[in-house]
Design a protein around this ligand. Sequence first.
Ligand SMILES: NC(=O)c1ccc[n+]([C@@H]2O[C@H](COP(=O)([O-])OP(=O)(O)OC[C@H]3O[C@@H](n4cnc5c(N)ncnc54)[C@H](O)[C@@H]3O)[C@@H](O)[C@H]2O)c1
Length: 278
Amino acid sequence: MSGPADGGAVITGAGRGLGREIALRLGRRGWFVHVTDADGALAAAVAGEVQADGGTATSSQVDVRDPDACRVAARATASEAGGLGLWINNAGVLRSGPVWEHTDAERRLLMEVNAVGTMHGTIAALEVMRPAHRGHIINVASPAGLVPVPGEGVYAASKHAVMGFSTSALCDLRVAGERNIHVSCVCPDGMWTPMLFDKLRDPVAAMSFSGKLFQPEEIANLVLRVVARPRPVTAAPTWRGLQVRLFDLAPALAVRAAPWVVRIARRQQAAIARKLAP
Ligand SMILES: NC(=O)c1ccc[n+]([C@@H]2O[C@H](COP(=O)([O-])OP(=O)(O)OC[C@H]3O[C@@H](n4cnc5c(N)ncnc54)[C@H](O)[C@@H]3O)[C@@H](O)[C@H]2O)c1
């Protein structure tokens, strides 16, 4: 387990949503927080909030599609905070629609930000953590990284890539004898963040509303528990992790059940829409 004494924490995509909530909590726990986002102004505003809350923070504009920008953030944090204790790959984008309806550019964007961006961040962090033989990388995935998701197939592909890469990276570390560098994946169900604000009335995105809809604060608290207790995979809620793994055990069943699952999800989405914005 890493703590503030091991160095600073970098969070990607922390200008709003889940990343912002994680930044605020890490600041309160005494971490030096490096808030990064593709939108530098959003990142700076969140770093200001961490400071106003009594924490220590800096910010920079980092587009996770740029591996060198990730490296610069990792090294800058290590030199300012005396090490790099934590790197959280949180940046992500969502587009919904049947897989044939995404444009070429959308497909590339989702894979480059969610999947390749997570790889860039992980590698940048490992370049600093491996010489120190310490550190923790947390990758924000999704149940969409564990199971097929009708209406969000490209997003699911990108999150499956996150899961495969992260758990394999952890195995690589153990095979190499690194016992004190951890890679944890967190798979939260839907979260009420700007990512979903325009999806509430889009039936194609119903699967994002098919389980429990969390507030980002709840998942940020969960991430803080994973910071304290690294685990290869944490799904939230736990029942959702079990449910999607059952579908994963029986792919033919998952396919057969898809129209029925989507019908239920759309009813649930409509109910949430009535509750949130009657
Ligand atoms: N909201 C959900 O329902 C949900 C569910 C499961 C997992 N997730 C995952 O949680 C993470 C956080 O999502 P959120 O819900 O807070 O979304 P959000 O849209 O509120 O925030 C995402 C942040 O990522 C930033 N970002 C986008 N592209 C970037 C890039 N190329 N480089 C750096 N930053 C970039 C955005 O500027 C934004 O600040 C994502 O990985 C998302 O896939 C979200």
